[in-house]
Design a protein around this ligand. Structure first.
Ligand SMILES: Cc1cc2nc3c(=O)[nH]c(=O)nc-3n(C[C@H](O)[C@H](O)[C@H](O)COP(=O)(O)OP(=O)(O)OC[C@H]3O[C@@H](n4cnc5c(N)ncnc54)[C@H](O)[C@@H]3O)c2cc1C
Ligand SMILES: *[C@@H]1O[C@H](CO)[C@@H](O)[C@H](O)[C@H]1NC(C)=O
Ligand SMILES: *[C@@H]1O[C@H](CO)[C@@H](O)[C@H](O)[C@H]1NC(C)=O
Ligand SMILES: *[C@@H]1O[C@H](CO)[C@@H](O)[C@H](O)[C@H]1NC(C)=O
Ligand SMILES: *[C@@H]1O[C@H](CO)[C@@H](O)[C@H](O)[C@H]1NC(C)=O
Ligand SMILES: *[C@@H]1O[C@H](CO)[C@@H](O)[C@H](O)[C@H]1NC(C)=O
Length: 370
């Protein structure tokens, strides 16, 4: 049997996770394959002075990152919800067995000031499904509060953790390249490779882009917290005016995220002072313990390590996990892009879905050893 070539475009959280899942499972089945990741940015592509947070076109290093459930109102959301719960279980396993991956389980606390009908009827809409130690909290009238076990991770550490596994354990090849279209892949990798599209919001498909894709700009502050801050929980408050303020402690001295904006169709990658001031104002009201005190002036201030800006790869209808024919119907593309603000949350689940799609193309029965 010849070796099946598989090319994954993208080395963000979806591309890397997909590579690991597929490689692991095809090895278990004894299926001969070779995986190449082609990506412009990622842990494989650091120039002398670059860090993973040098370029903000590359979204994954800029995420919080934590898991926060939401009430389900559409069929597509239900699919994504299933994936977030598969990921939750997988992350529990990783956190217990591979401390170096940086995933840690802590409390997730949420307050919703103006809850819609779906939050009010949260159990019916799947919000609490699959969550451990879920509790409804006592709050002021009109405000909903919840608590449950969630995970937090340090994105640059987790991305590098998967990268080194892929490189050293799974012998996956990495190529640094910006593609102008998927067709270019055939001049790099011979043998009619199956292409897996984990390109976030970066790839133009033969000059066009999925018209359903759109960016959701996020700006957050990464802080060195004050001495009274406790890193034992993430807290999210949905304010009456529809805006959000949240804190995410990042494991292994990763600082604390104070976020964050969700600006639909805003493509600016520049730090915006107006957004910084807004976040500082909300932070000083809801999370004063994040501040330090200036010894000379005695005034509180935020000790900012870095200001994060990136564009979440949003998509109408959410994640696209379809199989497409390509190149005069001679070649397959499996999509896995459009994760919006949930890339980490659904990373493992969507890699399982992608693997299922791959099996259907290869016409392999999941259970049979080859
Ligand atoms: C402020 C903020 C907070 C967030 N918080 C969370 C959170 O708490 N939890 C959570 O789950 N998610 C969170 N997210 C969302 C998460 O960051 C994204 O969903 C996720 O990073 C998307 O991953 P991806 O792999 O699809 O894309 P990316 O990380 O952008 O990776 C895309 C890859 O494709 C490559 N690529 C693209 N186009 C081309 C091309 N033409 N040629 C070659 N290579 C190409 C890129 O170089 C890169 O390697 C947050 C996002 C932001 C901005
Ligand atoms: C790396 O950064 C240092 C300090 O900023 C600078 O002097 C040096 O020229 C940089 N090197 C490269 C290869 O960019
Ligand atoms: C691949 O992903 C991009 C998003 O980066 C999307 O625009 C495109 O439609 C996807 N599919 C194909 C076949 O290019
Ligand atoms: C964002 O842009 C898309 C595509 O141009 C458009 O369909 C959508 O309505 C826009 N959304 C908002 C909230 O402006
Ligand atoms: C995914 O995108 C392709 C175009 O790139 C489209 O044909 C397909 O319907 C989309 N699938 C889903 C589930 O949205
Ligand atoms: C493989 O089979 C098992 C049990 O038969 C099933 O639960 C699982 O979803 C299948 N996985 C894939 C990737 O098809």
């Amino acid at each position: 049997m010849s070796t099946q070539q598989i090319v994954i475009v993208g080395a963000g959280i979806l591309g890397l996770t997909t590579a690991q899942t597929i490689s692991e499972k095809l090895n278990e089945l004894g299926f001969k394959h070779e995986i190449t990741i082609i990506a412009q940015y990622g842990p494989h592509n650091l120039e002398m002075n670059d860090s993973l947070t040098t370029y903000n076109e590359y979204v994954s290093p800029w995420a919080g990152a934590h898991f926060r459930p939401f009430p389900i109102t559409t069929k597509e959301q239900k699919e994504e919800m299933k994936m977030t719960r598969q990921t939750l279980k997988y992350f529990k396993y990783l956190s217990e067995n591979y401390k170096e991956c940086s995933i840690k389980f802590i409390k997730g606390v949420e307050f919703i000031e103006n809850p819609n009908e779906y939050y009010q009827d949260y159990a019916k809409y799947g919000y609490s499904e699959g969550l451990e130690n879920f509790e409804k909290l006592e709050t002021k009238p009109g405000i909903l509060g919840f608590q449950y076990d969630t995970w937090v991770l340090n994105p640059t550490l987790y991305l590098q953790y998967i990268y080194f596994k892929l490189l050293l354990e799974f012998k996956i090849k990495f190529i640094s390249k910006k593609l102008n279209s998927l067709s270019e892949i055939n001049s790099i990798i011979q043998g009619n490779p199956i292409i897996i599209n984990c390109s976030g919001n970066g790839l133009k498909y033969n000059g066009g882009v999925d018209p359903d894709s759109f960016p959701i700009r996020g700006q957050t502050l990464l802080l060195n917290p004050g001495p009274n801050y406790k890193s034992d929980k993430t807290v999210t408050i949905q304010l009456k005016d529809g805006s959000w303020v949240f804190t995410i402690p990042r494991p292994y001295n990763g600082g604390v995220i104070l976020g964050g904006t969700k600006q639909i169709n805003d493509t600016s990658l520049e730090v915006r002072d107006e957004d910084t001031k807004y976040l500082e104002k909300l932070g000083s009201i809801y999370f004063p313990e994040l501040q330090k005190i200036n010894a000379e002036t005695n005034k509180p201030y935020f000790d900012i390590i870095r200001i994060n800006v990136a564009l979440r790869p949003g998509r109408k209808g959410g994640l696209n996990n379809s199989i497409e024919k390509f190149n005069d119907n001679k070649q397959f593309v499996i999509n896995n892009y459009g994760a919006g603000g949930m890339g980490y949350e659904l990373s493992y689940g969507s890699s399982l879905k992608t693997f299922e799609n791959l099996l259907s193309i290869l016409k392999i029965d999941n259970k049979s050893k080859l």
